[in-house]
Design a binder for this molecule. Structure first.
Ligand SMILES: N[C@@H](CCC(=O)N[C@@H](CS)C(=O)NCC(=O)O)C(=O)O
Length: 161
C-alpha cells in the first residue's frame, strides 16, 4: 500500500527521505507506511545497539582506569588460568573479571576488541596500559619487565626494609 503525499518544501522532502521508505516524484512523494514503520523499528534497534556498545566501552574503560591490574578472563580458559597463576605467584593483586560469569560478558569482550584490538582472553592491563594475553605476560616475565611494571602500578606491595 503506497500513499501519495504532496511535498511542500525541500526540508520536508529531506526529513521524509531520512525517516521513511519513499519514492520522489517531481511534485509528490510516494510513501509506504508499512515499510516506514519497519525502518523506524530498525533505526530504534540500531540506536539501542549503539547505546549498549557505548555503555560497555565506558564500563570496561572505567574498570581499566580504576584498577592497577585487571585481568579479563574466562573461568574455563587454560591460558587465563596460566596467566592468573603466574601473577599470583609473583604476589600481584588485582581485579579479575570472569567474562563467562558476567551477564554483559559478551558486550564487554566486544568492547575489549575496540579498546585493545584483542578478542582473546586473558586480556590484561597494568596501570591502564594494555599488556596483552597469556603469552605476552609470560614473555614480559621472562624479559624481566613484568615485576617492575606491577610494582610501579602498585599491584605488588613493595616492603621497605
Ligand atoms: N595466545 C593467546 C591465546 C588465548 C586464547 O586462545 N584464548 C581463548 C580462550 S582459551 C579465547 O579467547 N578464545 C576466544 C573466546 O573465548 O572468545 C594468549 O596467550 O593469551
Amino acid at each position: 500500500m503506497w500513499f501519495l503525499l504532496g511535498v511542500q518544501d525541500q526540508l520536508q522532502k529531506k526529513n521524509f527521505a531520512r525517516d521513511c521508505v519513499c519514492i520522489f516524484l517531481p511534485q509528490f512523494l510516494v510513501v509506504d507506511p508499512v515499510l516506514c514503520l519497519g525502518k523506524a523499528k530498525l533505526d530504534e534497534k540500531n540506536h539501542e545497539r549503539e547505546k549498549g556498545r557505548a555503555m560497555a566501552v565506558a564500563k570496561v574503560q572505567q574498570l581499566i582506569e580504576e584498577n592497577a591490574l585487571i585481568v579479563f578472563s574466562k573461568s574455563y580458559c587454560p591460558y587465563c588460568i596460566r596467566a592468573k597463576q603466574l601473577l599470583k605467584s609473583l604476589g600481584a593483586t588485582g581485579k579479575i573479571i570472569e567474562l563467562d560469569n558476567e551477564k554483559d560478558g559478551a558486550a564487554m569482550q566486544t568492547a575489549l576488541v575496540e579498546i585493545s584490538k584483542q578478542r582473546t582472553v586473558p586480556n590484561i592491563f597494568i596501570k591502564g596500559k594494555h599488556l596483552g594475553g597469556c603469552d605476552d605476560t609470560v614473555a614480559a616475565h621472562r624479559n624481566g619487565t613484568l615485576v617492575p611494571m606491577l610494582k610501579d602500578a602498585g599491584a605488588i606491595m613493595v616492603v621497605e626494609a
